[in-house]
Design a binder for this molecule. Sequence first.
Ligand SMILES: [Zn+2]
Length: 502
Amino acid sequence: MARMSRFYITTPIFYVNGDPHLGTAYAAINADAFARWHRLLGDEVLFLTGTDEHGLKIQQSADEHGISPQAWVDQTASRFMSAWQELAISFDDFIRTTQDRHHRTVQKFLTAIYENGYIEKGYYIGLYCVACEAYYEESELLDGNRCPIHERPVSEMSEENYFFKLSAFTEKLIELYESGKIKVAPEFRVNEVLGFLRQGLKDISITRTSISWGVQVPWDEQHVFYVWYDALINYLTAISYGDDEARFAKWWPAVHHLLGKDIIRFHAVWWPAMCLAAGIDPPSQLLVSGWLLVDGAKMSKSSENQIDPLSVVRELSADALRYYLLASTSFGSDGDVSLDRLRASYNADLANDLGNLVSRTVALIVQKLGGMTPPTPVRDERINPLIDILLEGVAAWNEFRPNAALGAAMGMVRFSNSLLEEYEPWRRPAEDAGSIWCLGTIREALRLAAALLSPAIPNASSGVLSRLGWQELGPLEWSAGGEVRELVRAQPLFPRLAKEGR
Ligand SMILES: [Zn+2]
């Protein structure tokens, strides 16, 4: 896979009418891991996340709490920002849709669409779910006219508003997906998008007069833009659309939009059509994640099986949660997770395999070599299996397959453990050549495994490196020789959990 010199990745912006939960954390952690991987490759990275702060539901919640919508979203947005800090989400920019910069971008972008003739006034009657802030076709609803996502009755709404001529883009979008100009990972999602497109697209209403909490339509002050429209445009706000053409051209359209499968229609249909209507290229790639099931059940706010990400961080660490979510799910498919399996994964992979190997290696270097690190041996056929696994891991990160990349890292760890068992340096004299070779090989293998692990467990990976005397990660390839460093025994990287169950 060709190296990219720039990498722009986005998460969906999270709706602030609730607290961060496992599902939103999963999206943020996946995007963060991809951003960290590309920084490690030396790419210039822009990692954007943020909060979606407009819409009827937020206006209603603010009213219920007797405060202004702005005061309400200021409180809730700060909970996301601090949660992302606890989860080690290394965003470069955090956008809030209530910011002035975003209002200006939305108005410029939609004015361009209006002037290109793709927005016009009409009268809309439809079935509306307040929780989704979306209209539904009757055929999409559950029995009793209930929302398919919230399972609550929808209500009939009618209003005069502006329509986006989505129908004008049906053929063009089909062509963009069939030709692979817009890439989708995993690939099977393309068929889902094409199936929807081939049913034909209807024009959609994009403004509201019934609410005031939103971005005002610049050519008609009675209207505000529908929350979904304004939200999608955040991806352009952050790269100075309409404000700094050079900066915009630097990052667009080579963007990677990470999203959950439940919002694929907004990102795969509406959003590229809006871009085309405004006269810019559509986004180049959609990374569509599946849902997380907790003990086999879809997460919901009311369900008791919810795993609270911040409780896990406080009990174990951000690394433990991040590792488990990335290693135990296949990006793009639904994943089934549980707290018991999270603890088991922590003990087996992190505490036993990785943590013990680091501790034993350091202890042997201290005991046998007076703490002085052995040189990294020149690559030979005994080392080739490690290189093969490393290359698999590199390819997996480049292809947005975190579980395979982390599986490769743990493969390097287990291969190193088997070398230790084979050479048994503790039974050999200090100057034994095989023993020195073994310890030098394992130390270098752990440096490279730490590189593969670092997008998932950034803190512990630094711990691996510093315990083994590496001052920095260094090149992503086997590097013979190296300076001598003096090691000392340190605390275990991952204190073992006393019990795996609750
Ligand atoms: Zn709904």
